[in-house]
Design a protein around this ligand. Structure first.
Ligand code: BEZ
Length: 213
């Protein structure tokens, strides 16, 4: 069965371009982004991994560790990393799991036989420090993912956890946010949102993003 939001991300031990990885131990207290790609030495994947490397500071700012995966062996990853670094003008600064035996692909349901019987699809999981899966996306092999969108979702999840707010459609950092419907105590609302809020309807209550000056 495929993994669902709120499930604990399965733990595993697997080889990677940075040596053996024990996943939960490697995550530690960080958030994680585990993402699969169809294969090494493919064009879209090369751009995705380059982008991820360039976003290192943005991931670190949010206490997030990134880890990629395909069903290729370590020596293939090592050769491909050289290409990524050269063509994308960056340095791959995160591990790529070498899942040649498909151990992780099976745990995370990354091979969709009606798309390809051999290659992993372009899936991505955001995992919180409690190891819970908070976002899953699956893209087709021919469409590269938008990593700015991944950062946006992580910002939203972290705001929800820290400030009891949700984020509206097309929200971007700095826009007004929504007070979660479960929060009804007027005293608590006043304390949590000293800048006040606008009730567009009783259930749509907008407030300035609380972690901004
Ligand atoms: C790729 O770059 O991974 C890719 C591109 C087109 C079709 C399938 C995969």
């Amino acid at each position: 069965m495929s993994l669902r939001l709120g499930d604990i991300a399965p733990d595993f031990e697997q080889q990677s371009s940075d040596g053996p990885i024990s996943f939960h131990k490697w995550l530690g207290d960080s958030w994680g982004v585990l993402f699969s790609h169809p294969a090494d030495f493919t064009p879209v994947c090369t751009t995705e991994l380059g982008l991820t490397a360039k976003l290192k500071d943005e991931f670190t700012k949010r206490n997030v560790k990134a880890i990629a995966l395909s069903v290729d062996p370590v020596d293939s990853h090592t050769k491909w990393i050289h290409d990524i670094n050269t063509t994308q003008k960056t340095r791959v600064n995160f591990p790529i799991l070498a899942d040649a035996d498909r151990k992780v692909a099976e745990l995370y349901d990354l091979i969709h036989p009606n798309a390809s019987t051999t290659a992993t699809v372009r899936s991505l999981f955001v995992i919180d420090p409690a190891k819970k899966i908070r976002l899953t996306i699956t893209y087709p092999a021919s469409t590269g993912r938008n990593f700015d969108e991944i950062l946006r979702v992580i910002d939203s999840l972290q705001l929800t956890d820290s400030h009891s707010v949700a984020t509206p459609g097309n929200w971007k950092d700095g826009d007004d946010v929504v007070i979660v419907p479960s929060l009804q105590d007027p005293e608590l609302i006043k304390k949590k949102f000293p800048k006040g809020y606008t009730a567009v309807t009783p259930y749509l209550r907008l407030t300035p993003q609380p972690n901004k000056p």
